[in-house]
Ligand binder design. Structure first.
Ligand code: ADP
Length: 438
């Protein structure tokens, strides 16, 4: 860890002084759950069910409604520790169901009070992800209702930069939520203007924590640090990510007391089961033709196309539109309302089956019907690649990822990706058997 980060964080909290209940739990601090390379299920967990997690009946009903049959490994390993009140650092690859870990745990732990207080604060790095997390809370809380009035007993509120802060202030005053999900900047603005009261927070969660606490996110990290100072001492902190290096892991620990580290890994190399990965080596001026070719050839539900800049996203979107493809484009140059609107349209599959996007959408976003990801511009490193292609083939479904390799830099990144994945990234063949990705 760099000294400036260390210096900034070391003064956060002196946890040695804290004597919280979790010390009495006698839990070991790090669980590296190594999954058999050929199976997704650790050998001792084959027949586990959601019932074995002893969640509230309202949650079990919602889990059933959503068609979740069995908990994933990350859910099996992490929910029990969360329910015991432990601080948690959880690392598991994208699409394994980390969101449900904290959503189910918080909804289970939350006491329903007549006068709502903000009990849970969830922070993440993009507006779309915050919105998606709110949707996840909403779908699992639906059976917590007042039987006589039918009114929901648990309220959530999402606070996002780029939207009207006055509206947020009014909403937080007139209808206090139990759970707030936000991006760091807007959350801090609302705290500073005393519209968001943190005095009663019991659960503090950071999703995609490496993205907000990592060395390239100093603004967000500073905001989070300031927010953290304002939280009550007695609270449970949980952080989640698919990728966490030692430096960020250590930063995370500054926010926690004796955390349990749960790492669901699959041996040294990452596998993306069910995902076919190919590359196409070609010059820049052949990319459009090839892309159109691929879109005509592959059998897709929905496609994500990643490009390296806002301008390229707009240009490519225009080209595909002119060719008659049902596309939608999103990037950081749009207003928050517009981004959420486009996100919803794509997620519901109502208007567009192809999304052209910058890396805005690589992380944490869950689009079940995306089965094809195309790196029109190759990812700039292997982690970005992982997060991008992880949009297809989520939760054990099938998918196809195709990367265009044009520059020496792309070639270098392709080699990095190949060394990280167990599955090969071969040159794309003339035709691809559609049963391998649909
Ligand atoms: P992560 O946060 O690890 O990237 P998500 O929480 O976004 O993964 O989950 C990926 C997808 O898997 C979501 O569509 C989610 O609804 C689904 N999912 C999560 N847990 C389960 C489960 N136990 N059974 C079936 N589907 C699940």
């Amino acid at each position: 860890m760099t000294d400036d980060i260390k210096g900034g964080l070391s003064s956060l909290t002196n946890y040695e002084e804290l004597d919280e209940d979790v010390d009495d739990l006698h839990l070991s601090n790090t669980d590296h759950i190594h999954v058999d390379e050929h199976s997704h299920v650790p050998t001792n967990l084959h027949h586990a069910s959601f019932n074995s997690l002893s969640l509230k009946p309202e949650l079990i009903r919602a889990i059933d409604d959503n068609g979740f049959e069995q908990p994933s490994e990350v859910q099996l390993q992490t929910i029990p520790a969360a329910l015991l009140g432990c601080d948690i650092i959880c690392q598991a690859k994208s699409g394994m169901g980390k969101t449900a870990v904290f959503v189910l745990s918080v909804l289970h732990l939350l006491e329903i009070e007549e006068t709502p207080k903000i009990r849970c604060l969830v922070l993440c790095h993009t507006r779309e992800l915050a919105y998606q997390i709110q949707q996840e809370f909403n779908r699992f809380k639906k059976h917590f209702v007042n039987k006589s009035t039918g009114e929901s007993l648990i309220k959530t509120k999402v606070v996002l930069g780029g939207t009207s802060i006055t509206k947020d202030k009014k909403a937080l005053q007139s209808d206090v939520p139990h759970i707030v999900i936000g991006t760091p900047g807007r959350t801090l603005d609302l705290i500073r203007s005393q519209s968001l009261n943190l005095d009663h927070i019991k659960y503090f969660i950071i999703d995609e924590c490496d993205k907000v606490l990592g060395p390239h996110s100093s603004d967000m990290r500073n905001d989070i640090q300031t927010i953290f100072y304002k939280l009550p001492r007695n609270k449970q902190v949980m952080m989640f990510s698919a990728t966490l290096d030692d430096e960020v892991r250590n930063i995370c620990k500054y926010f926690m007391h004796n955390p349990r580290e749960i790492i669901i890994d699959e041996g040294k190399k990452l596998r993306l089961d069910g995902l076919q990965q190919y590359c196409v080596k070609l010059p820049e001026n052949k990319k459009n033709e090839k892309l159109i070719n691929i879109l005509d050839m592959v059998d897709f539900n929905q496609v994500f196309i990643f490009v390296s800049s806002v301008t390229r996203a707009n240009t490519l979107n225009g080209i595909l539109n002119d060719e008659g493809f049902p596309t939608i484009v999103t990037h950081s140059g749009l207003s928050t309302e517009e981004r959420i609107e486009r996100f919803k349209k794509f997620k519901h599959g109502s208007e567009a089956r192809i999304m052209v996007s910058t890396d805005l959408f690589q992380r944490g976003m869950d689009f079940k019907s995306v089965n094809v990801v195309i790196n029109y511009d190759m990812a700039k490193d292997e982690d970005t690649y992982l997060h991008r292609v992880g949009r297809a083939g989520r939760f054990g479904t099938k998918g196809l990822a195709i990367s265009f390799i044009t520059t020496a830099e792309d070639e270098k990144n392709l080699q990095l990706v190949r060394s990280k994945f167990v599955v090969p990234v071969d040159e794309m063949p003339e035709s691809i058997d559609k049963t391998t990705y649909r």
